[in-house]
Design a protein around this ligand. Structure first.
Ligand code: PHE
Length: 394
């Protein structure tokens, strides 16, 4: 019996590896507790950490971000690395869950001893991470979490994107001035810090601009039936509906709205940004709009070079997540080069000084609250594609 044990182990290991590869949403996605990539920290390597949703409900967020970060790291290493050392990234998959994001952060800090952490996308996950990073004095940069509370966790927490008080204002202004809407309804995800925050700002700004919120309904991430909410909304005759959720839910929401006869434009935020949105929604979102960080239509040569490099390395056009992941890693790399040493306070101080940094998703200057102040774009959906409509400045 004992003689067969090693073979059994090998067979089990192969089977497990096979299973992992079959994860449909993110072929290279790892399990919690097992790094997806990245070598150990050694004398000639500087190890960074990354936490992302490589599998689960918002898997495209994590995969795009990881690609963007990887591209920036490859470029930096090709140019000689940092302080004579190569950079490496240890990536953990949090399966799109805040608890897993927190645990991965602790593991990166205590076990892998990374010098800096990149992530997350969804604000609820970043909030869970920020708690841990701040307590340990390890710098964290979220590429794309827009909820204000994330960087309020403390002086080690930064972001390279704008925040939701601005993003909510952008769509309120767009609804009033471009869509000429007086009456708007809102469908909020009451399980997401991001959705709750955006709703709050939109509601306030839209009213300040003279509009009326005629209905406000909620759902919870993962819900599949929105009949009740839309039946009520329809009676209130909105001219547009604001749905500040994530693509995986919004795709289904859009289909049902149309099935129930609501044909007005839907409006959303950056959380709509995913190729999967179009798979889920079909044509239901044609004529709808969302705010975002970047548009691949931007003719700036820096942006177009990034798009070409990204396409050569991965399939498809980079979304805002990929662009912001790339920018966050670039900002981190520049600061690691500039910092006098790689201690926690030295890295934190170097990041805090980021000013006029030429990112692909806009120029990054961090304010005293560690947020980037940047313009936003509004994109229109048609034929399963997005089209640039306008830029709105802070
Ligand atoms: N801003 C979203 C959040 O904070 C995440 C996101 C950013 C999603 C960019 C898509 C594109 O939760």
């Amino acid at each position: 019996m004992r003689r067969f044990a090693p073979m059994l182990l090998v067979a089990l290991a192969l089977f497990a590896a096979g299973c992992k590869k079959k994860t449909p949403t993110a072929p290279e996605g790892g399990q919690m507790g097992q790094p997806v990539s990245g070598g150990g920290a050694s004398g000639d390597t500087i190890l960074l950490g990354e936490v992302g949703s490589l599998t689960g409900a918002q898997a495209t967020f994590g995969v795009s971000t990881r690609n963007g970060i990887e591209l920036a790291i490859k470029e930096a290493n090709a140019e000689g690395g940092v302080k004579g050392k190569k950079l490496d990234v240890r990536v953990y998959d949090d399966q799109s869950k805040p608890e897993e994001a927190a645990q991965s952060t602790t593991r990166l800090i205590t076990q892998d001893k990374v010098v800096l952490i990149l992530g997350e996308v969804a604000s609820s996950n970043s909030l869970a991470m920020a708690e841990k990073a701040q307590a340990a004095g390890v710098t964290m940069i979220t590429p794309s979490s827009t909820n204000p509370a994330v960087t309020e966790k403390g002086d080690y927490i930064f972001r390279v994107c704008f925040i939701d008080p601005f993003q909510g204002y952008v769509m309120a202004k767009f609804a009033r001035e471009n869509l000429k809407a007086d009456r708007v309804a809102i469908l909020q995800d009451n399980k997401s810090a991001y959705s709750i925050g955006l709703t709050e700002v939109f509601e306030k700004k839209f009213a300040e601009m003279g509009g009326t919120i005629v209905a406000k309904q909620t759902y919870s991430q993962g819900d599949t039936n929105f009949r009740g909410q839309f039946t009520d909304m329809k009676e209130k005759k909105p001219q547009a509906i604001y749905v500040p959720g994530y693509y995986n839910d919004v795709g289904i929401i859009a289909r049902q709205a149309r099935e129930l006869g609501l044909t007005v434009p839907l409006m959303g935020g950056d959380g709509w940004d995913s190729e999967k949105l179009f798979e889920l929604a079909g044509n239901s979102l044609d004529g709808s709009y969302f705010s975002n960080h970047y548009s691949p239509d931007n003719p700036d040569p820096r942006v177009q070079k990034f798009i070409a490099d990204y396409r050569a390395a991965y399939k498809g056009t980079p979304d805002a997540l990929a662009a912001l992941g790339y920018d966050a890693a670039k900002v981190a790399i520049a600061a690691l080069k500039k910092a006098p040493d790689l201690s926690g306070p030295a890295i934190r101080d170097a990041i805090a000084q980021t000013k006029d940094f030429p990112g692909v998703a806009g120029t990054i200057s961090l304010d005293k609250n560690r947020n980037a102040v940047k313009s936003a774009v509004v994109l229109k959906i048609g034929d399963g594609k997005t089209q640039f409509v306008t830029t709105i400045n802070p």
